[in-house]
Write a protein of this length. Structure first.
Length: 336
């Protein structure tokens, strides 16, 4: 997946950050598992006090530009970069700040949060929810360690195999033994009440499981909910396991879905038909008959550096948007 991008790949346009984020620092670490619930909770919340979600990165694990792409103008132009996929969720009333996946770009992503919402404590994270043990989703934990921030007791929410992998393999095991992180067990389809107004539900998905389970998350706020599935082998495999993505989309207000590759052929010289991700082109076909209101929920994320949909002015992006869908952008905010 780290193959050089084809020469026809359009340059990325710089993405601007959303400003004006309100944040405050501490959170009770006594998260409790509760029965999962779908849909919005219908509570009346002051607009300025509402929990919200921020997109901190939209790229596949290796980021954009990717290692080994030497003759790329993006190396000299920071505005043409994309960070690995990650979300943050903030509850001003908690107060609480959560991270979904700890990427290799964690330094920049924490700096992004701290520029917009300065905090006294470091790292200023009240919980990290991990999807799985592929490099773009957990390796940023290293910055919490002895050689870097030397964090203390950051709650890391992980499925059982994921937690055991961190506990049993260096250098991650040192984070546990030194108390930099505190592992918190989560389970498929069992919601965790993070604050009185935020619930997070892991959802197991079919994807390569060399070292851990793979999950997405449903993030439930007082008025709106979000589905986050950055990696999945295919929607068809999920069908066979008894889960239809259309039902999951129907249960939320926004759906960030795996958009790693746009179509077969974007990596020259390779047959991509067996790649463990649903092409955006296939997703567009599958979702074409959804109501307009459902299409508008879908925002593709986790884009490989070869994906032409990264270009906000390119043909691929125009095609996606003409059909009623969207592509996630760094810095975007969704109120919960």
């Amino acid at each position: 997946m780290a193959a050089p991008a084809p020469r026809w790949m359009p340059l990325l346009c710089s993405l601007s950050l959303v400003a004006g984020i309100v944040w405050a620092a501490s959170w009770s670490a006594s998260a409790q598992e509760i029965p999962a619930e779908n849909g919005s909770r219908g509570e009346v919340v002051n607009e300025q006090d509402r929990p919200y979600l921020l997109v901190l990165g939209v790229a596949q694990d290796g980021g954009v530009p990717q290692a080994g792409t030497r003759s790329r103008p993006r190396w000299q132009a920071p505005g043409f970069r994309s960070l690995a996929t990650s979300l943050a969720v903030v509850d001003p009333a908690g107060p609480s700040r959560l991270l979904f996946d700890a990427t290799p770009d964690l330094r920049e992503q924490l700096a992004m949060l701290d520029r917009l919402a300065p905090v006294t404590a470091s790292p200023g994270l009240d919980g990290i929810f991990l999807t799985h043990a592929h490099m773009g989703h957990y390796t940023g934990l290293m910055f919490l360690g002895f050689e870097s921030m030397g964090a203390s007791g950051v709650p890391v929410f992980a499925m059982s195999r994921m937690a055991e992998y961190l506990r049993s393999n260096g250098p991650w095991s040192q984070l546990v033994s030194y108390g930099n992180i505190e592992l918190k067990a989560i389970h498929d389809r069992r919601a965790v009440e993070v604050t009185a107004r935020l619930r997070v539900t892991p959802i197991a998905v079919p994807h390569r499981q060399e070292f851990s389970e793979v999950v997405g998350f449903r993030i439930q706020g007082p008025q709106r909910s979000v589905l986050f599935i950055p990696d999945i082998d295919s929607w068809h495999e999920w069908d066979e396991a008894g889960t239809r993505i259309e039902n999951e989309i129907a249960a939320v207000d926004i759906a960030y879905l795996d958009g790693t590759f746009f179509a077969n052929g974007e990596i020259p010289g390779r047959d991509m038909s067996g790649f463990p991700h649903p092409f955006i082109s296939h997703s567009l076909e599958r979702f074409r008959d959804l109501p307009v209101s459902e299409k508008r929920k879908i925002r593709f994320i986790h884009l490989n550096h070869t994906n032409p949909a990264l270009n906000p002015h390119g043909e691929a992006r125009r095609h996606i948007e003409s059909l009623g869908f969207a592509v996630a952008e760094e810095g975007e905010r969704q109120d919960l």
